[in-house]
Design a protein. Structure first.
Lengths: 116, 154
């Protein structure tokens, strides 16, 4: 929203003193990239997979673009450095390293982005 | 404690504070610029809104160490901007203020809105201004003043 943007609260890096998460260009994913339905129930993995490879929904990324996105995008990288909550406890990171995530994505793209 | 160079309302200022100090307290306690108000301290009310490189920002949430080279503009400096002056004039003309505590945050938010969207729709005004709370309930007059400033700034 003009005048009330995400950056109004979320700085370019985590503000651990206040518990506010931040990264460059902080923003929500658009609705076309949602992984939940309107009642917040997670979509089935096949639906998520098809949405991720649908260029009308994924910011027009091809396979190479998807690999670059997960390897370099600042908001993706933030997930592995998520800072602390307002109570000072650490936010949890994904259950695999970023390198492993990129390798798995590359392998999936090289295999033709199959979906379940 | 560490030295930080800030550009505030066009002037270079040096403060010596803990890096985790929120910008709000650097402005109010360090630089004695008390126009920016403390409301909730968790970014929920908007009373502490300032501009960082033109982006309306909740200064209670931003540690001074993350300000960097971005230009800080506060309510004390906003009248030097043409849109800022138009908003302040519209605020006075509309007699928006009741107690006044939230109004610097309201004005800073309204200026950011009109600089990015000079002729906002009613929905955009409501969405953009709706995150800055006024316990006196001056919202109707705020809406009128934003409209008036929008016409004047064109």
């Amino acid at each position: 929203m003009p005048g009330l943007t995400c950056a109004g609260c979320h700085p370019q890096a985590n503000a651990d003193a206040t518990g506010v998460p931040g990264a460059p260009d902080w923003h929500l994913a658009p609705l076309s990239m949602q992984w939940q339905d309107a009642s917040d129930t997670p979509l089935a993995s096949g639906e998520v997979c098809r949405a991720v490879v649908d260029r009308s929904k994924n910011n027009n990324l091809d396979g190479a673009g998807l690999v670059k996105h997960v390897a370099e995008d600042a908001l993706v990288l933030w997930a592995w450095s998520p800072g602390v909550r307002t109570d000072g406890t650490a936010r949890s990171a994904p259950p695999l390293t970023h390198d492993a995530f990129v390798r798995a994505t590359r392998r999936w793209v090289e295999g033709g982005t199959p979906c379940p | 404690m560490k030295d930080f160079q800030l550009e505030v309302n066009g002037e270079r200022r040096t403060v010596t504070v803990d890096p985790s100090t929120p910008l709000l307290w650097v402005l109010r306690d360090g630089l004695k610029m008390t126009g920016t108000k403390y409301g909730c301290g968790i970014g929920a009310c908007g009373a502490c809104t300032v501009h960082l490189d033109g982006v309306a920002t909740r200064s209670c949430l931003v540690p001074v160490s993350l300000v960097g080279a971005r230009r800080v503009v506060t309510i004390e400096g906003i009248a030097r901007d043409a849109v800022g002056a138009a908003v302040q004039d519209a605020w006075v003309e509309t007699d928006v203020v009741q107690c006044g505590y939230c109004q610097s945050g309201q004005i800073m938010t309204a200026v950011a809105l009109l600089k990015s969207k000079p002729d906002p729709s009613d929905g955009e005004v409501e969405q953009s201004m709706g995150g800055t709370l006024c316990r006196c309930g001056t919202y109707a007059r705020i809406r009128v003043a934003v409209r008036r400033a929008s016409s004047r700034a064109k």
